[in-house]
Design a protein. Structure first.
Length: 633
């Protein structure tokens, strides 16, 4: 039980109050407002997919068998989530493979959410389960899939497909209960044109030796642990594999394999470091799939196989904290999962905390402190732009696309909350608590309040008074960074700040900048905190000395382009255009378009670049940039 009768009563009173006061309904923790599924009546327990990839028609075609448990004997209707799916039939598969058609109907579309699929179910006692088969195909604009033409890949010869199901895009390629509070095991058969390889967030099963009559080769997969739908993932392409350790390795297009294997040499030791800190890795293998540059996110923690942007391949391993991050999700997120998108900080805040601990253990305290400081700076920038309710860790996302709720708040403020707990209890005690937490809630989905209850009982009660209820409240339900937060020490960048000040005031010449030994993080800090305007000559000197526009480091180039755009430094624009037309990572492209749209000349450039770049972007990045780059008058 999560609430005492008294608390529940208070909740009802608050609810009445809010309904009367504003007409809006009180948010109920644990309710997923981003799913149509009637999870109290039916629960999908397992998913069995059989999909053929048709690159010409840009569709997946096939069926899914859902093993559905009935929780409520009176329920007559199963409601699933869908978005832009063409459904041709729904049937009940009985023992002996006999099938009975079921009546189904798609409901009206709701913004961001897609359409409910209502299926009439035969009566039956609670506790029984049945297999529902849905024959369907995806539409070319499926929001959770990106299909790339050969020209958009590194090898230029073969097409490519990858999914991105988080937050609510699994429903655009599988009809299911698309809510993280429902966990399923899954099996899949993926049929792909010859010459291509399929991978999934699952263990590999047998591959057919010969193509079928359509020329398709069947790959089989199985995930035996119960996972939320947003972790179901598939990719198909001309893929090569290189082992990096006994249980780790990397998949990429062949031409990227060498660079990727070099960049991610530390993968195996990252896994063992994380195990030492937070308990056993419970997913068997841990591999990476390096995606084409259009990948909308830096990384996606698909279990057993994280999907990774190639923009982290900097050549010097300086951006591998992103790998530590996705790996850490194997504990925080994949093992213990946010029950709803309101609780997203349980996934991301914990993961950033774990990520920084891995970075500290493997790359030292200084590197960790720099990443901490950069994280805090980006949190502060976000807080300055966001409305106060969007500062809460437990965030009300009703009526919003959860993809748009991805700010630094769940990440860096969430991490600061754990850091604060660490400061009051000590690192050893927190580590023990975290190991217990991952054990206790392993393979479960929980909401913010369940975590807080567990925290009170299993940590706070050990040292009464060490953390007050008001402090917890401030972290989780109030805006801003609490005044009593423990912040990273800013002086890791003191010498960079001195150099920047001396350089921009003219007392240090460009050739005297001590930049030859600067790390990626030092460059980021140097560039991200430049004065609002700089004279053209200074920008020329910087560019001449360090060729920043040509930087092979996507983060450094990004920080430089922001400076360049602010100053309308046109010599950087050809490189900026190349950057924006090759990279599709939302976090790297959205701010650049934002900056460009702030001036008339910039807007013009943004429109002309975006016209070329848009077809190569993932639907998620298209949605984000569509909202920024509006046609001119
Ligand atoms: N799980 C997220 C990506 C995500 C979040 C996808 C919300 C869809 C909705 C992933 O773990 C992540 O946080 N990626 C970051 C990198 C990380 C180092 C902060 C990214 O993509 O930039
Ligand atoms: Zn994450």
């Amino acid at each position: 039980m999560r609430a005492s009768p008294l608390v529940a009563l208070a909740g009802v009173a608050a609810l009445l109050h809010v309904v009367v006061a504003s007409g809006a309904e009180q948010l109920r923790p644990g309710v997923d407002y981003h799913s149509f599924a009637n999870v109290a009546q039916f629960r999908v327990r397992s998913v069995d997919l059989d999909l053929a990839v048709d690159f010409d028609a840009r569709r997946l075609t096939g069926h899914v068998d859902l093993n559905v448990a009935r929780l409520d004997k009176n329920a007559r209707r199963l409601v699933l989530d869908t978005r832009a799916l063409d459904i041709s039939s729904v049937s009940l598969i009985e023992k002996g493979a006999r099938s009975t058609p079921l009546t189904f109907k798609l409901g009206p579309a709701r913004e961001f959410l897609g359409k409910p699929l209502n299926i009439d179910m035969p009566a039956g006692p609670a506790g029984t389960s049945s297999v529902v088969r849905i024959e369907y195909r995806t539409q070319p604009q499926a929001s959770g899939l990106q299909l790339l033409t050969p020209a958009q890949t590194a090898g230029k010869k073969h097409p490519y497909l990858f999914s991105q199901s988080q937050a609510i895009h699994a429903r655009s390629w599988i009809p299911l209960q698309d809510t993280p509070q429902v966990r399923v095991t899954y099996r899949a058969t993926i049929r792909v044109p010859s010459g291509l390889i399929a991978v999934m967030s699952a263990a590999h099963g047998p591959v057919d030796a010969k193509p079928d009559e359509r020329g398709l080769t069947a790959y089989r997969f199985e995930m035996t642990e119960a996972i939320p739908s947003y972790l179901i993932a598939v990719a198909v392409g001309d893929l090569a594999f290189r082992p990096l350790g006994p249980r780790t390795g990397v998949y990429t297009e062949p031409s990227v394999l060498e660079a990727a294997a070099k960049e991610f040499v530390d993968l195996e030791s990252m896994v063992s470091t994380c195990e030492k800190l937070f308990g056993p890795y419970r997913w068997g293998r841990y591999d990476l799939l390096i995606l084409p540059p259009s990948a909308p996110y830096g990384g996606m923690e698909n279990p057993r196989l994280s999907f990774i942007t190639p923009t982290v391949i900097a050549g010097d391993r300086s951006l591998v904290s992103l790998i530590a991050h996705e790996l850490a999700h194997s504990w925080s997120g994949n093992l213990v999962t946010n029950a709803t998108w309101r609780d997203f900080w349980l996934n991301e805040g914990f993961t950033v905390y774990l990520e920084r601990r891995i970075v500290e253990a493997l790359y030292g305290q200084r590197r960790e402190q720099m990443e901490d400081e950069l994280g805090l700076q980006s949190l502060r920038r976000d807080l300055a732009d966001l409305e106060p309710p969007a500062h809460h860790l437990a965030i009300d996302l009703r009526g919003q696309d959860p993809d748009e709720g991805v700010t630094q708040v769940p990440y860096e403020k969430g991490k600061l909350f754990l850091q604060f707990i660490e400061s009051r209890f000590g690192r050893e005690t927190l580590d023990t608590f975290l190991r217990g937490y991952f054990d206790h809630f392993a393979f479960q989905s929980i909401d913010t309040e369940q975590f807080l209850d567990y925290l009170r009982t299993n940590l706070l009660a050990k040292k009464p008074g060490a953390i007050s209820e008001q402090e917890i409240h401030a972290w989780v339900y109030e805006p801003g960074i609490p005044g009593f937060a423990v912040l990273p020490s800013a002086d890791v960048f003191a010498s960079i700040d001195r150099a920047r000040t001396a350089w921009s005031s003219g007392s240090m010449s460009t050739e005297h900048l001590p930049a030859s030994g600067w790390s990626t993080q030092e460059w980021q800090h140097f560039l991200d905190n430049m004065p609002a305007t700089l004279p053209r000559t200074k920008l020329d000197e910087l560019e001449k000395a360090f060729s920043l526009s040509q930087s092979g480091n996507a983060e450094i180039a990004f920080s430089w382009f922001r400076v360049a755009i602010r100053n309308d430094y046109t010599p950087a624009y050809p490189a900026l255009e190349r950057y924006l037309t090759t990279i599709g990572r939302r976090k790297l492209v959205r701010p650049l378009y934002d900056d460009l749209m702030k001036s008339a000349r910039g807007s013009e450039l943004a429109r002309s670049i975006y016209a070329k770049a848009r077809p190569g972007y993932h639907p998620i990045t298209q949605t984000a940039v569509d909202a920024i780059v509006k046609p001119g008058k």
